[in-house]
Design a protein around this ligand. Sequence first.
Ligand code: GN1
Ligand code: MG
Length: 365
Amino acid sequence: MSVTNLINIVSQFKIEGRFLSAAPIGSGHINDSWLITTEPSDVPDYVLQRINHAIFRDVPELTNNILKVTRHLRQRLLCVDAGIPFFHIIQLIQTRTGNYFFHDTDGNYWRLYDHVRNTKSYDIVRNPALAREAGKAFGIFQYLTSDLDATSLFEILPDFHHIAARLTAFRETIRLNPANRVSGVSDEIAFVESRADEMHSILRLGEQGKIPLRVTHNDTKFNNVLFNTADKAIAVVDLDTVMPGYILYDFGDAIRTGANTGAEDEADLSKVNIDLSLFEAYASGYLEITDNFLEKSEIEYLAFSAKFMTYIIGLRFLTDYIDGDHYYKTMFQGHNLQRARAQFKLLQSMEQHFREMREIIRIYT
Ligand code: GN1
Ligand code: MG
């Protein structure tokens, strides 16, 4: 993508100041993102994103969801009783024609967010204080959206964390074997199948009406939290998958990325383990905010949800590998398989420490 193209795209939006530079940012596997700086220096900078519309096929509905949720969050923050004035809600910038995305002549969809000044995100969690902050941030997100009707949101990626649907897709991909990779991953396939039944628990609870449908983020990776220079969490980003869901998905995905001693795609599996001090820190921050409105049945499954999300994301990486790498961006041949193996190692580590994880949740509830 040339700078001239990016300048042209940015000029479609109502920005303050003048375009100064564009540089790729973030480590997302789906959309492309650039930090757009502007001059003079006292006007805001922006984040430009090219939306992956092979995945997010309904960009108007995607945009509506984000607008609905960010407006609600902003309104709730204005209420004095929210008590969290430092929290920043990211904002979509309008185009010159009054839309919140721009559809270019090549068929690409673009959007622009405000950039939250002097903030950073972490791919790996360095200490419990950061984990606790992230727990509070996602707790605040859940608290502020707890009175928004989940069914008023469009289900932008249907069955996103639906284990039965994901397993069906996995088995179908194995059957088709389009990239001829099945024979090389029999251990991983056996690993998935040996846990398939127990991994239906959250879905079953939902279907039996034992856990409520809520507004959920659905991509609570640790690097979707922004920290200020004092390492306080001040914003939650990446609202593409905000949909109706179960909070267990959000808690579990945050632990998957926020309490792992290794990277999501670590090749040296000996480095991948659950760090119980990070788990405890995240859980304590999260429950400090959410304990009073979560239901008992949700709390009961929080520890399990970490195993579940690690399993289902590993399953998705493995499915994409078998399929020939069409969904996630990959940096090298075998990247998705390496990601899947790291997830499965993390899951094994959680299985070994499951009693302690449950005990920790009990302490904070
Ligand atoms: C994708 O937006 P990004 O790249 O953080 C994926 C998530 C996975 C994640 C794994 C829309 O998220 O579901 O958990 O990769 N998002 C989508 O790192 O599929
Ligand atoms: Mg995402």
